[in-house]
Design a protein around this ligand. Structure first.
Ligand code: GLY
Length: 309
């Protein structure tokens, strides 16, 4: 049997037409499902689903990524295959169209796990990824408004505003990361995650999506993609902990609830996850108001789509 699930990011989703978000997650899930239906691999299915999100400017990944304090899009992405624990990750990567494809090349063409900044960009160019500006007009305007608000403040007020901005939960036009998990007919599991990170982050800030075990992880038992405030996942190692919980005998749908309950107690609530186990059990859970997501599986041709779990 096969199964796939995708998410378009945990957050408020109060300023975005929800119908567009639901169409976006459906399109990504359907592209992955088609690959699995034709006996394709889980890693191909998650790569394609995430690539489709990255090309959709609605989502905070690839084209449509939010901007850092300097007004640049620095993108993170990670991909992982359960069998052999193979993974490739890129962090603070600029000016490429599809960070997930670069992460996959890191996995397939190097023995490195994570490439960052200029090194990641040089690698991307060396393996054939063309220059691409992922900054949309909408993200540029939103960045300018926030930057102007910040610059209107002086001295301690400005420091306090910067501190608040870098340490609070989701803001209302902040959508999250995108991600996908899949199980193929050969029984292989894979996870892929991609993001522009958080709005007005400090240049050089790297989040959980490129950090295996935090925002993205896959084993032979489970695959997990997380979304939300990356620092929470990096402190908790959310994706790895969910995989361990599943390995210890919990089905995916109970593991995600157990782990997010613990996260709420110990680190915070700005988080959402999707998980799939080797039996095809699906876990979808978020502590934010919304997380558009979709899933499909063998035997049920229609993709299921929801704004919140
Ligand atoms: N979860 C995306 C980030 O914090 O970078």
């Amino acid at each position: 049997m096969y199964a796939i699930a995708v998410h378009g990011g945990a957050g408020n989703w109060s300023h975005t037409p929800r119908q567009s978000a639901l169409l976006g997650v459906e399109r990504a899930a359907e592209a992955g499902r088609r690959i699995l239906e034709q006996d394709g691999s889980a890693v191909d299915a998650v790569t394609e689903a995430v690539r489709i999100f990255e090309d959709d400017p609605l989502f905070n990944a690839g084209t449509g990524s939010v901007l850092n304090l300097d007004g640049d899009a620095e993108m993170d992405a990670g991909i992982m295959v359960g069998r052999g624990l193979r993974t490739g990750n890129v962090a603070a990567l600029r000016r490429v169209r599809n960070p997930i494809l670069v992460a996959r090349k890191v996995m397939e063409m190097t023995d490195h796990v994570l490439l960052g900044g200029n090194g990641a960009l040089r690698f991307a160019r060396a393996v054939g990824f063309a220059d691409h500006d992922p900054v949309t007009t909408q993200r540029r305007e939103s960045w300018r408004r926030r930057r102007d608000d910040l610059e209107a403040k002086q001295g301690d007020d400005r420091l306090a505003a910067l501190h608040a901005m870098l340490s609070t939960g989701p803001r209302d036009d902040d959508m999250g990361t995108v991600g996908a998990v899949a199980l193929d007919r050969q029984g292989d599991l894979a996870a892929g995650t991609s993001t522009g990170g958080v709005t007005l982050k400090l240049p050089g800030r790297i989040g959980d999506s490129a950090f295996p075990g935090a925002g993205n992880y896959a084993t032979t038992h489970a695959a997990v993609s997380a979304t939300g405030r990356g620092e929470l996942m990096m402190r908790f190692l959310t994706a790895k902990v969910i995989c361990e919980d599943i390995w210890n005998g919990h089905p995916a749908h109970t593991a995600v609830e157990r782990v997010l309950r613990e996260m709420r107690k110990s680190v915070g609530e700005d988080v959402g996850v999707i998980a799939l186990d080797s039996e095809g059990d699906l876990g979808i859970h978020h502590l934010t108001p919304a997380m558009p997501h979709a899933w499909g599986r063998e035997g049920s041709p229609a993709i299921e789509v929801r704004m919140s779990a």
